[in-house]
Design a protein around this ligand. Structure first.
Ligand code: XBP
Ligand code: MG
Length: 252
């Protein structure tokens, strides 16, 4: 079975967006609205158990703010807060303050040259993907991806596999000819549920997650002059991920 396509998660996988991107954007939106809600880095790590920004706000209120009396229009308020949060995230990302993780840009360029098809399957809001790619990967780079499946276009977010099913359907591809890239347990459950072999690169928030079923778990994609660390899975004898590595992993 030949490898035809790569499907990428965004948050935590392409870039470390959560702690210094999404989190301050949520906090800014809460402060603008005069709310005393503040998510420090440790609390945010706990809140990441729930994917989706609107879902995360509701989870915070349910689990951490028993003192808060929800107004009748609570869903509307959450939607407005989330829109404000999305604007703050865009401002942050447009400053170029959220760089791609090691090896990401190199691998994407190499994969395109090798004729591999590229797609994105993420829980985050589509505008976040566009602004991040434009400012951190390069102008026009969203066109590198033939499908950008994102946000509320599916009924259930990760760990449900809906977003991967949708991306595969749009590409007209079977999962067996693809590889997925994820950074979290929720993301891995989603990709495995869609039948995708999955390469995991961890980050500070996901180091301790259960990655059972991953094809390999790495510290990051690495660079020829900045080797990565193998955390679980086969040692393919190369401390950075390139297309040859991906083909070997896919065959294995
Ligand atoms: C990403 C998410 C998103 C972001 C925030 O998960 O859970 O909710 O944290 O984005 P994954 P929004 O990497 O598994 O796709 O606020 O736009 O939802
Ligand atoms: Mg992720």
């Amino acid at each position: 079975m030949t490898l035809h396509a790569l499907l990428f998660d965004v948050d935590g996988t392409l870039a470390d967006t959560e702690r210094d991107g999404h989190r301050p954007a949520f906090n800014q939106a809460f402060a603008d609205a005069g709310l005393d809600w503040h998510w420090d880095a440790a609390l945010y790590g706990k809140l990441l158990a729930v994917t989706g920004g609107k879902e995360r706000i509701k989870h915070y209120i349910d689990q951490f703010r028993p003192d808060y009396k929800k107004p009748a229009n609570f869903d509307e308020l959450v939607a407005e807060l989330h829109q404000a949060k999305t604007r703050h995230f865009a401002t942050l990302a447009a400053r170029g303050g959220i760089p791609m993780r090691p090896g990401v840009k190199r691998l994407l360029i190499e994969a395109r040259t090798a004729g591999l098809r590229l797609a994105i399957a993420t829980t985050t809001t589509p505008e976040n993907v566009t602004v991040l790619l434009e400012h951190s990967l390069g102008s026009g780079s969203q066109d590198w991806f033939e499908v950008i499946a994102a946000g509320d276009i599916v009924p259930a977010k990760k760990p449900a596999s809906d977003i991967y099913h949708l991306a595969l359907e749009k590409m007209g591809l079977e999962p067996a000819v693809c590889l997925a890239f994820e950074d979290s347990e929720n993301g891995l459950r989603a990709s495995l549920g869609a039948g995708l072999k999955t390469l995991v690169t961890v980050n500070d928030y996901t180091l301790d997650h259960d990655f059972t079923g991953a094809a390999v778990v790495l510290s990051d994609l690495g660079e020829p002059d900045a080797p990565n660390r193998l955390l679980a899975g086969p040692d393919l004898g190369q401390p950075f991920v390139d297309v040859a590595y991906l083909r070997a992993l896919h065959r294995g």
